[in-house]
Design a binder for this molecule. Structure first.
Ligand SMILES: Cc1cc2nc3c(=O)[nH]c(=O)nc-3n(C[C@H](O)[C@H](O)[C@H](O)COP(=O)(O)OP(=O)(O)OC[C@H]3O[C@@H](n4cnc5c(N)ncnc54)[C@H](O)[C@@H]3O)c2cc1C
Length: 490
């Protein structure tokens, strides 16, 4: 690959990237791969940002909040391929939905899986057979999906709750179909998600192609998984500094950007470069922009936009049980607070020899967990165990050897209706200051794919400003089957 013009591997970097989450790593890999000198500053001792794992001090176990990707996450899949992390993704062709047992009825199972028919009908056979929905529910869902067949709205003004009402979705269709998928992917209540992004999820993952809906789960702890992407950036010449929390940024009279790093023990380091990429969550971006002098154009352009962003939480419950209670590797759990189950022992088994003496490890995920933020870990655990036994009767007899409850209050930003007009693009701040992060105008909701796209878009904008026409973005998956003619080709 040709170099980004005017840039070279010199002791002074060409670009400072702040934040080694998926966005910062994607920008660092793109630019270092194109020959730019990159210095990446990360506050934590590991890469991956919110997609992280750590050894729980009291449990002595490595835990993370399971992250999932879909086949349609073309940029994330490509970044994993480049770094070798793709070898540590387990791909699944089907999703199991479980209803809890009621009175004398055992738990009921529905499976959505691509079979035989060409897109957009590839899921139709399993969908028609799924006992979790009645015929009336299915026909409303099918009519609703027709609205996303050719694409999804360009405007994001309508809340998804209004769309559900407008298209006459039944109560059970909402509970057993729209909710597990949308709350799981967009991480918020329907009133706080726009139809544009809900439509994107269904168009890309349910209708456009079977490949787009494949369900991928990293089988390594997440910091190890993203560690491979960080090492790729380093092999390409990028310099990564961990435990380097940036306290302030400023533009020097020379026109260079400077980031001041404090190690917390009184040691201050200053890093300078002609270009700066902030690859941070929106609230951290606001914090650093606020260190620029009042009235400075970059601060004035971006800070007012950030007041429109809000967070949505995710809570995860980590259990080590004295026995295996299911052979399913993952499942959507219907009609409960615990919306998703990951069987971590099975998911990780092939490559990580987990110490089974610690027990069988399950993770339960509660998306949009606003209610759980107010509850104690004990209360959350008690209710999760009761609900779990409704799906897996053996869990009712199992002994809990270890447990942990992890509340992430700032897990994602909410894609509320109308937010798009406040999502800045990479060059919106101007003056060689670029923005990345899942919350920027990536065209995606708060996901790892959105973050990787934003990092690549920032790298493209930066390279473009030097006169180099680099394209780092991977095109989306092509439509398959009949969708070649039906899809508008977004
Ligand atoms: C519990 C949970 C579950 C999730 N599940 C999924 C999922 O299943 N699928 C999915 O696609 N997405 C999921 N997400 C969302 C996904 O993690 C994010 O969208 C994505 O990781 C955001 O990446 P980012 O690079 O934009 O930001 P971040 O990951 O937040 O990265 C920003 C980095 O900047 C660093 N930083 C902050 N301030 C400073 C500073 N002053 N100086 C230096 N460094 C700094 C941070 O330490 C961090 O490493 C989940 C998130 C959470 C929390």
């Amino acid at each position: 690959m040709d170099k980004v013009s005017g840039m070279s591997h010199s002791p002074t970097p060409d670009v400072l990237v702040i934040g080694a989450g998926a966005a910062g790593l994607a920008a660092a890999v793109a630019l270092s791969g194109a020959g730019a000198g990159v210095s990446l500053l990360e506050r934590k001792p590991f890469a991956g940002g919110r997609a992280y794992s750590y050894t729980h001090p009291a449990l002595g176990e490595v835990i993370d909040s399971q992250h999932v990707l879909l086949g349609c996450c073309a940029n994330l899949v490509d970044l994993c391929r480049l770094s070798g992390a793709s070898e540590h993704i387990r791909w699944y062709e089907s999703i199991t939905f479980l209803e809890p047992s009621r009175a004398d009825d055992p738990p009921r199972r529905s499976e959505i899986k691509a079979r035989l028919l060409p897109a957009p009908a590839h899921n139709a056979l399993s969908f028609l057979r799924a006992p979790m929905l009645s015929l009336a529910d299915k026909s409303r869902i099918a009519l609703g999906l027709l609205g996303f067949l050719r694409g999804y709205p360009a405007e994001d003004d309508e809340p998804f709750s209004a769309w559900l009402k407008r298209t006459g979705q039944t109560e059970r269709a909402i509970r057993h179909f729209w909710e597990p998928i949308i709350v799981g992917t967009l991480n918020d209540a329907f009133e706080r998600c726009s139809t544009r992004y809900a439509g994107q999820v269904f168009h890309e993952s349910f209708l456009r192609s079977a490949a787009g809906g494949r369900f991928g789960i990293p089988s390594q702890p997440l910091s190890e998984f993203y560690g491979q992407v960080a090492r790729l950036a380093e092999r390409q010449g990028a310099r990564l500094s961990y435990r380097a929390g940036v306290e302030s940024i400023e533009m020097l009279p020379s026109g260079l950007w400077q980031a001041t790093v404090s190690d917390g023990a009184g040691q201050v380091n200053r890093h300078t470069a002609p270009d700066l990429i902030l690859a941070l969550p929106f609230e951290q971006t606001a914090r650093l922009l606020a260190t620029l002098p009042e009235g400075s154009p970059q601060r004035e352009r971006i800070l007012p936009l950030l007041s429109h962003f809000t967070h949505s939480p995710i809570t995860t419950v980590h259990l080590w049980l004295d026995r295996e209670v299911t052979d399913l590797e993952h499942a959507a759990l219907l009609d409960t607070r615990i919306q998703w189950m990951f069987n971590k022992t099975r998911i990780r088994r092939r490559e990580i020899r987990e110490n089974l003496a610690s027990g069988y490890n399950l993770e339960l995920v509660i998306s949009a967990s606003h209610a759980e933020l107010e509850q104690s870990p004990k209360e959350i655990l008690r209710s999760a165990l009761t609900e779990l036994a409704g799906f897996f009767p053996a869990a009712g007899q199992a002994r809990v050897l270890k447990s942990a409850v992890l509340k992430e209050a700032r897990a994602t930003f909410s894609v509320t209706a109308g937010l798009d007009r406040f999502r800045p693009n990479a060059e919106a701040a101007g003056d060689h200051l670029y923005l990345a992060g899942d919350w920027t105008r990536s065209g995606w909701p708060a996901t790892m794919e959105g973050a990787v796209r934003s990092g690549r878009l920032a790298a493209e904008a930066l390279a473009g400003a030097t006169g180099s026409a680099f394209r780092f973005l991977t095109p989306g998956l092509p439509p398959a089957g009949l969708m070649k003619w039906l899809s508008k080709g977004w």
